[in-house]
Design a protein around this ligand. Structure first.
Ligand code: SF4
Length: 376
């Protein structure tokens, strides 16, 4: 383990951070960075300002101390800056009016695969990351939010896209703006200036190269906060290795262990096996969660689990996995806030909230295996 805190400063000093960014960016041309393994050329799939170009790391920030999101050329500025403590896009999205059912996923693995240039990235993200909002989040776990808030950056789109997604507008409808590396770095620095305890990347799996690229710039300009990787868990070990010594706190959401549920609810039947391998790798890198004397997370693994209606067996298996195959000291947040959202009404088991009995059983499972429960 690095003696430097946060650990990425050591990689910055040695030049390894830049090399990791370059290595990750090179993979955009034939992207298999996450569990979807699309093999799409993301450099050829550009958004409004996502001009296809050879990846390169920019050298300077245009406005290092900016607090609002600097606009990409030809675009408006994303509307949430640190001055927006309560961005309106965090309101629970209304049920979208869709005419297609849960079977209409972008076709990433057709019978006769087209060339990488023609394959669509499942994550709908090209050369540049898109950001929906960034702000000091005072609703995260107490060890992340502290008194200054967790410096949250919500990335648009998702590599999982569950049909019940609780952030539908962002993951499915693509609410957000493209940002270049300098702009993403400026967001991190603005959150640091605002007194946040960490930088919390939400839905980062499909933008690992862009995060690394921006981190080089942010760290050169004085970023010193620990980094939180706040993921749905559909992450490949190979990609996570690029983050070894970069990420301080891994916060995966382990969703379900039943492949059939994973197929119906996220079109990812291999999700259980992918997330198991991912969490093992995360734990190998950072170990059990460590808190500082003020109770703020410094480093380690913090697992979230959203209890799903009618799926208590999955919850029990997940708790057993954590205790027996990861560590009995794993910090886990057992969450009760599931509500039908997005296309949840199309799959009857999802069309209700969980019962108090289901939540009681979920907590009992975590306690039975001796896990550390995260509480407000
Ligand atoms: S979903 Fe996106 S990040 Fe994942 S493999 Fe496909 S193109 Fe790459």
């Amino acid at each position: 383990m690095s003696a430097t805190f946060p650990a990425y400063l050591e990689l910055l000093e040695s030049g390894q951070l830049r090399r990791r960014a370059e290595q990750a960016l090179a993979q955009l041309a034939d992207c298999a960075l996450c569990g979807r393994r699309c093999h799409a050329n993301r450099l050829a799939h550009s958004g409004p300002d996502q001009t296809a170009k050879k990846p390169e790391i920019s050298e300077k920030l245009s406005h290092p101390e900016e607090r609002s999101v600097p606009p990409a050329e030809g675009t408006e500025s994303p509307r949430a800056g640190t001055e927006h403590a309560e961005p309106d896009n965090l309101a629970v999205p209304s049920r979208p009016q869709t005419t297609s059912g849960p079977g209409t996923w972008p076709q990433t693995q057709p019978n006769h695969p087209p060339s990488a240039t023609l394959r669509r990235p499942f994550c709908r993200t090209g050369r540049w990351a898109l950001v929906s909002s960034f702000f000091p989040h005072h609703g995260e776990e107490p060890c992340l939010r502290g008194w200054g808030g967790s410096g949250t950056i919500f990335f648009t789109h998702c590599n999982l896209r569950c049909i019940f997604c609780q952030n539908w507008d962002i993951s499915w409808l693509g609410e957000g703006r493209p940002v270049k590396a300098e702009q993403l770095a400026s967001m991190m620095l603005a959150l640091q200036s605002n007194g946040c305890h960490n930088i919390n990347f939400v839905s980062p799996s499909h933008v690992v190269p862009q995060i690394l690229e921006a981190l080089v710039l942010a760290a050169q300009r004085g970023l010193r906060l620990p980094l939180v990787y706040n993921t749905g868990g559909y992450d490949l070990v190979e990609t996570l290795r690029l983050l070894d010594g970069v990420i301080d706190i891994y916060m995966p959401d382990i969703k379900f262990f039943d492949p059939e549920r994973a197929r119906r609810w996220a079109a990812a039947p291999d999700y259980p096996e992918v997330v198991r391998a991912a969490v093992r790798e995360m734990y190998r890198q950072v170990g059990d969660l460590e808190l500082d004397p003020q109770g703020i997370a410094r480093r380690g693994l913090l697992v979230r689990h959203l209890v799903m209606p009618g799926a208590i067996e999955d919850t029990q298996q997940i708790m057993r996995f954590l205790a027996e195959e990861i560590s009995p000291n794993t910090f886990v947040n057992v969450m009760a806030q599931y509500h039908p959202e997005g296309r949840a009404w199309d799959d009857p088991p999802l069309a209700r909230r969980i019962t108090s009995e289901e939540y009681r059983q979920a907590l009992a499972a975590a306690r039975r295996y001796g896990l550390r429960l995260c509480r407000d």
